[in-house]
Design a protein around this ligand. Structure first.
Ligand SMILES: [Zn+2]
Ligand SMILES: [Zn+2]
Length: 154
C-alpha cells in the first residue's frame, strides 16, 4: 500500500477545485484527484500536475479538458502568460453569459487580441463593452467595430 497522500481537497488551480481523491494512482504511486472545473465538469488529474509553479518544465493542469481546449490555456504559446490566461478565462465567462443575446458568430470569434493573432484572424470578442458602451467584436490593432461604424459581418 502506498502511503496515504496529503489531503488536497479544496485546493484551487486555475479553474479547478480539488473535490475528492481518486482510486487511481500513477506508476510512481502518486494519487489522482478529481477536480471540478468552473464550468461544472470534472477532470481526474494526477497530483503532480496540480501545481502553481508554472516555471517548471512539466505541464500543469488548470481546467477541464473542454475548457483547456476552448481557452487553449495549455497551448505552448501562452504557457507562461498568466495574464493572457486570465483574459481568456474572463472572455469565456462573459461570453457564456451573452449566449442568445449576441450573434452566435461572435461567440465563435477568438477570445482576445492575442488569441486572434495566434489563429491568424482579425476579429475577437471578449464580451466586454467599449467606452461608448457598444457590445461588439473588436478588430486587432483597432477598436470596437460599432465605433468604427462597421457591421461585424462586413
Ligand atoms: Zn471546464
Ligand atoms: Zn464602440
Amino acid at each position: 500500500m502506498p502511503s496515504k497522500p496529503k489531503n488536497r481537497v479544496g485546493e484551487v488551480y486555475g479553474k479547478l477545485t480539488v473535490v475528492r481523491i481518486s482510486e487511481r494512482r500513477t506508476k510512481s504511486g502518486n494519487a489522482f484527484w478529481w477536480c471540478r472545473c468552473d464550468c461544472g465538469r470534472e477532470r481526474e488529474v494526477p497530483g503532480d500536475k496540480l501545481s502553481h509553479n508554472t516555471s517548471r518544465k512539466k505541464p500543469v493542469v488548470s481546467a477541464c479538458l473542454q475548457c483547456s481546449r476552448e481557452l487553449q490555456i495549455e497551448s505552448v504559446t501562452i504557457k507562461n502568460d498568466r495574464d493572457e490566461v486570465r483574459r481568456r478565462e474572463e472572455a469565456q465567462c462573459n461570453r457564456r453569459q451573452l449566449q442568445g443575446q449576441v450573434p452566435d458568430s461572435w461567440l465563435r470569434l477568438p477570445l482576445t487580441d492575442a488569441h486572434a493573432r495566434e489563429l491568424g484572424q482579425v476579429l475577437f470578442f471578449r464580451g466586454t463593452r467599449c467606452l461608448r458602451n457598444h457590445l461588439a467584436p473588436y478588430r486587432i490593432n483597432g477598436g470596437c467595430l460599432a465605433c468604427a461604424g462597421q457591421k461585424p459581418s462586413a
